[in-house]
Ligand binder design. Structure first.
Ligand SMILES: C[S@@+](CC[C@H](N)C(=O)[O-])C[C@H]1O[C@@H](n2cnc3c(N)ncnc32)[C@H](O)[C@@H]1O
Length: 289
């Protein structure tokens, strides 16, 4: 077994990703039913895909072109990405250079720039206005470990289908019987500061509509912030659960507010919306890390 891999192929996301489900992954995995086609229409950092076992068909999609370009390089040309990153130290000056000055001339340049900035930015926030240097040797993955991270991610992405489309066509076209893990930006919080694609009220309604019209042929688990309106938008769903989890963030330097924090504790609180009975025989929870 390779270092960092579980026997079932469970690894961590290759990215730091705002709003990622890393800390909730066990709670989510224990509700995933048996399936042979897995689809994430809003994949972001893909914490759940990377934590679970791959199945026969795996479909990952996000509207963020830069993100999906990096996924493609990790899957298809990991050595070129590694070569781009070689010898680049995780320094504030280089963060400034790659964020503001460097002009990518190829898809590889774009992928390398994005991966580099993502690994050394505060909380992995890539929205240009809120992308600040946030690397520390003690709490971040060191550059010398990036190649191994890229290679093991590449292995997991082998034969995975990657798309860069709006979620609606992906859900409408998901094969019958697919299981979808759906994790949109929050309903009641301004998440546009994290992501490069905006998600407005109409998008939340479109998501509800596309899930509803496909509900007789797909299984889905949808996660959201807990808002009263969501309970009525999804009053047709099979189950809605309120879930909580604790997590602790190790010391992190917030470059915007200049705050140094150490081991702060947080509580994640969300609702899980199912169109199936959540107590069906769990598929994978034993294999969560
Ligand atoms: C909450 S994040 C997903 C986080 C992910 N579950 C994880 O663990 O890292 C939501 C994602 O939706 C993507 N997104 C926003 N609008 C979209 C759209 N119309 N279609 C597809 N993806 C979209 C954003 O780029 C972002 O990556």
């Amino acid at each position: 077994m390779k270092k960092g891999n579980n026997s079932n192929g469970s690894i961590n996301s290759p990215f730091r990703y705002a709003g990622g489900k890393f800390y909730a992954r066990k709670l989510i995995l224990e509700h995933i039913p048996h399936h042979s086609c897995y689809c994430e229409p809003l994949v972001g950092g893909g914490s759940i895909f990377f934590a679970k076992e791959k199945v026969k068909r795996n479909i990952l999609n996000d509207l963020d072109e830069e993100l999906m370009n990096v996924y493609r390089f990790i899957r298809d040309e990991p050595e070129n990405l590694i070569r781009f990153l070689e010898g680049k130290p995780a320094k504030k000056e280089l963060h400034h250079y790659y964020k503001n000055i460097f002009k990518p001339e190829s898809e590889l340049d774009r992928a390398g720039r994005w991966y580099f900035l993502n690994r050394i930015s505060f909380s992995g926030i890539m929205n240009n206005q809120n992308c600040y240097f946030g690397y520390g040797d003690k709490f971040s993955m060191r550059p010398e470990n990036w190649p191994r991270n890229i290679l093991r991610t590449s292995e997991k992405l082998h034969n995975v289908e990657l798309y860069c489309e709006d979620f609606e066509s992906i859900i409408d076209n998901a094969p019958d019987g697919s299981f979808l893990f759906v994790d949109p930006p929050y309903f009641n919080a301004d998440q546009d500061k994290f992501y490069t694609c905006t998600f407005n009220y109409e998008d939340h309604l479109r998501l509800r509509d596309v899930l509803r019209r496909n509900s007789n042929r797909l299984l889905f688990l949808l996660t959201y912030d807990n808002s009263n309106e969501l309970w009525s938008l999804y009053d047709w769903a099979a189950e809605i659960h309120e879930r909580e989890w604790n997590y602790c963030i190790n010391r992190t330097d917030d470059q915007k507010t200049k705050v140094k924090r150490k081991g702060e504790r947080y509580k994640g609180r969300e609702i899980f919306i199912f169109n199936y009975k959540s107590n069906t025989q769990p598929y994978l929870w034993q294999s969560a890390k």
